[in-house]
Write a protein that binds this ligand. Structure first.
Ligand SMILES: *Cc1c(COP(=O)(O)O)cnc(C)c1O
Length: 367
């Protein structure tokens, strides 16, 4: 490292661990000379975006010399009618990743504490560490958030608690009663963030309704995204539902044109195409049943999921399994980065992709 960087860059940046993204298809093509590749590593929608969203993008390509609507007026209106949260309590971001960063910039000072589970989504740590906050981590118990331990981890320095529901990478949820009890014990000067990136996939009827705490004026932010079931990951757009006071504060640190025009238009069209969402959920449900039954036949343990991915124990080093699947043109996520070195996280794909994955996995594990 140059002297300049070590002396002048903020010391926090040296504490950041680089993000490990799902391996892009193009990279595998280049490196292994393979043509036919499936990526079931980043929980993208295997059906792609709604045709309505595609049409909205195509029809507006000739408008991109204009700046986008900085206030996302039409999208917020639609989101408001979808969620029952008033427009003044809605924030739109360049992915919910950006919203996590904006929230951290709004609230966190050096020395503040944040609480989140491990393993969970890595962006909580990333955005908190940039701001110089201390991360208090609480291990999952039985692959689920331990909400009691999380509330006991709250100190007078705690600013934010993150709850990933369903949790990435385990697919587990915390249910309504657990969350009610948790919220009853959380002091009102602690911000609770529910990350519901997989909200639309949840089938469990006891899934907690986080919006009711916002309607009760608690200091809560619920994050959702167009990257997963809505199939718009490449356009980068997500949203936050919260109180008008919190939204106004976060808007202060937000760049004026953070959400691009095509993303806004695609999101509006995607929300209008609930048929596509339903089709995606149905395919996910069927794929899940298929994968469960194949894992059962192979004698593999897996965590039952409420999302569009499954965390499964292969019983073998996950890097090795990853490498061998990669040579068959199948990209998955290794569990070692989450502290589970024999697990992989696999996105539920189309039936064809799922069958190809199972075939590949059988070959790798010889089962
Ligand atoms: C994918 C994901 C997100 C969101 O991502 P964006 O693409 O930035 O909207 C947020 N949280 C979790 C837990 C995720 O898995």
């Amino acid at each position: 490292m140059s002297d300049f960087i070590s002396k002048k860059a903020r010391s926090e940046i040296f504490k950041l661990k680089p993000y490990v993204p799902g391996k892009p298809i193009e990279e595998v093509k280049r490196e292994l000379g393979l043509e036919d590749i499936i990526k079931i590593a980043s929980n993208e929608n295997p059906l792609g975006p709604s045709p309505q969203a595609l049409k909205a993008v195509q029809e507006n390509l000739n408008q991109i010399h204009f700046y986008p609507d900085s206030n996302c007026y039409h999208l917020k209106k639609k989101l408001s009618s979808f969620t029952g949260i008033e427009e003044e309590g809605i924030l739109v971001g360049n992915g919910s990743d950006e919203l996590l960063k904006l929230i951290a910039e709004t609230f966190l000072n050096r020395g503040d504490e944040v609480v989140f589970a491990v393993p969970s989504f890595v962006e909580y740590e990333f955005t908190a560490v940039i701001m110089g906050a201390e991360c208090i981590t609480v291990p999952l118990v039985g692959f689920k958030h331990d909400l009691r331990a999380m509330r006991e981890a709250v100190s007078d320095k705690t600013k934010i608690i993150y709850i990933c529901n369903p949790n990435n990478p385990t697919g587990t949820i915390v249910d309504a009663d657990e969350v009610d009890d948790f919220m009853a014990h959380i002091p009102d000067d602690v911000l609770v963030i529910f990350d519901e990136a997989y909200y639309e996939y949840v089938e469990n009827r006891n899934y907690a309704n986080s919006l009711k705490y916002i309607k009760d004026n608690r200091n809560v932010i619920t994050l959702r995204t167009f990257s997963k079931v809505y199939g718009l990951a490449g356009l980068r757009i997500g949203y936050a539902l919260t109180t008008p006071f919190i939204a106004q504060a976060v808007e202060r640190v937000t760049e004026p044109f953070n959400v691009n025009m095509l993303a806004q238009l695609a999101a509006i069209a995607a929300l209008d195409d609930q048929e596509h969402v339903e089709k995606s959920r149905q395919m996910n449900f069927e794929g899940k049943q298929y994968l469960y039954s194949e894992f059962d036949k192979m004698g593999l343990n897996y965590i039952e999921t409420d999302a569009n991915f499954i965390f499964v124990d292969t019983g073998k080093d996950s890097q090795e399994v990853f490498g061998e699947l990669l040579r068959k043109g199948i990209i998955v996520r290794t569990g070692d980065i989450f502290g589970f070195p024999t697990f992989i996280r696999v996105t539920i794909g189309t039936q064809e992709e799922n069958a190809r994955f199972i075939d590949g996995l059988r070959g790798v594990l010889e089962r």
